[in-house]
Write a protein that binds this ligand. Structure first.
Ligand SMILES: C[S@@+](CC[C@H](N)C(=O)[O-])C[C@H]1O[C@@H](n2cnc3c(N)ncnc32)[C@H](O)[C@@H]1O
Length: 293
C-alpha cells in the first residue's frame, strides 16, 4: 500500500522503515512513521536523478553500489533542513559574548596559550560561523590571538556557499546593525570581510563519524544548534559524546533554544548564565584552582 497518492515511485511502510533506518544509521536524521510522506517526496528526486524505477532499487544502490557512500550523502542532503541566518538567537549570543568569552580567555591564558577555538557543528551555509567570528572580533578580548572558528556540515552544497561567504536578504533577517561593518557590498550580495573570513575554516564531516571528528581538534566552545532536533535519541547521544570528547575541560556546549540535555544521560553539567542555560564539560576536582581561605 502506498503512503502517498502521488506521481512517481511510492514507498510502502516496510520499505520506508528499511530505508529510513539505513539513512538514520549513516547520518543520525530520523523520520517517524507519520512523516513517511516527506521522506518519500524528498527522496523521489534522487531516484529521478539516478534513473531508478522504485525505492527497492534505490535501497540496493545505497547498500551495494560502488558510489553508495556518496549517494548516502546525497540522500542526507535532500533530507536535511539547512535553514540558518546571521545572529540567530540573540539572547544566547549575548551570553556567549558577555559571560563565556571572558572565561575562555582567562582559561587559555592559564594554559599559557593565546588561542581560542570554536566549533560550529552542523554549520549549514556558514552564517553561524561568521557570526561567532564577528562576535569574537568585536569583543576586543582576543587582539593578537590565534582565533579559529571551524564549521562542518554533511552537505557539500552548503559548504560551497559557506566558503563563498556572499549572502542575500534571507540571511540578514536578524541582522544587528553594529555588525554591518564586517560586510562588503558586491553585485551578488554582501560578502563577509576578509579579516573575518581569515578566522573561519570549513570542513566536510558527518557528525556520526566519531573517528573523523578528530579533525576538529580541541575546542573551547561548541555550537550545535538546530541539528540534533532532527536526530533520534541514540544518534543524538553518540554525537553529544563526540562533542564532549572534543571540548577542553571546562569547555561549553550551546544548543538551540528548543533543545535540552535534561532528559538525556549526559556527562555535561549545566551552567546557568544570566540570559541562557548552557552546558559545560566538567573540570575534575583535582584541576580546580585552590580556594582562597
Ligand atoms: C537547520 S541547520 C542549522 C544551522 C546552524 N547551526 C543554525 O542553527 O543556524 C542544520 C544543519 O545540520 C546539518 N547536518 C545534519 N545532519 C548532519 C550530520 N550527520 N553531520 C553533519 N551535519 C549535519 C544539515 O546539513 C544542516 O545544514
Amino acid at each position: 500500500m502506498s503512503l502517498l497518492h502521488a506521481v512517481g515511485p511510492t514507498l510502502d511502510l516496510r520499505e520506508f522503515r528499511l530505508l529510513r533506518d539505513y539513512v538514520n544509521q549513516f547520518c543520525g536524521i530520523y523520520f517517524a512513521d507519520d512523516s513517511a510522506y516527506i521522506f518519500e517526496r524528498r527522496l523521489r528526486e534522487r531516484l529521478r536523478d539516478l534513473g531508478l524505477e522504485d525505492f527497492v532499487e534505490y535501497y540496493r544502490y545505497l547498500r551495494y553500489h560502488p558510489n553508495a557512500e556518496s549517494e548516502l550523502e546525497n540522500a542526507a542532503e535532500v533530507l536535511t533542513t539547512n535553514e540558518t541566518y546571521f545572529f540567530r538567537e540573540a539572547y544566547q549570543l549575548r551570553a556567549f559574548t558577555d559571560e563565556i568569552l571572558p572565561v575562555v580567555r582567562a582559561r587559555a591564558l592559564a594554559r599559557g596559550a593565546k588561542r581560542i577555538d570554536v566549533w560550529s557543528a552542523g554549520c549549514s551555509s556558514g552564517e553561524e560561523v561568521y557570526t561567532i567570528a564577528m562576535l569574537i572580533e568585536a569583543s576586543g578580548l582576543f587582539e593578537g590571538w590565534d582565533v579559529r572558528v571551524f564549521g562542518n556540515d554533511i552537505s557539500r552544497r552548503v559548504l560551497r556557499k559557506a566558503r563563498d561567504a556572499t549572502y542575500t536578504s534571507a540571511s540578514f533577517r536578524a541582522m544587528i546593525s553594529d555588525y554591518e561593518r564586517f560586510f562588503i557590498s558586491t553585485d551578488e550580495g554582501k560578502q563577509v570581510h576578509p579579516r573575518i573570513r581569515s578566522m573561519c575554516h570549513f570542513g566536510h564531516l558527518n557528525l556520526m563519524n566519531e573517528r573523523r571528528a578528530a579533525i576538529v581538534g580541541r575546542v573551547d566552545v561548541t555550537f550545535c544548534r538546530n541539528v540534533l532536533i532532527y536526530f533520534d535519541d541514540t544518534s543524538r547521544q553518540k554525537v553529544l559524546d563526540s562533542i564532549y570528547q572534543r571540548l577542553h575541560r571546562g569547555g561549553y556546549l550551546l544548543l538551540g533554544h528548543s533543545e535540552s540535555l535534561l532528559q538525556s544521560g549526559t556527562a555535561f553539567e549545566i551552567a546557568q548564565l544570566t540570559t541562557d542555560i548552557v552546558y559545560r564539560r566538567p573540570i575534575p576536582y583535582t584541576e580546580l584552582p585552590p580556594r582562597k581561605l
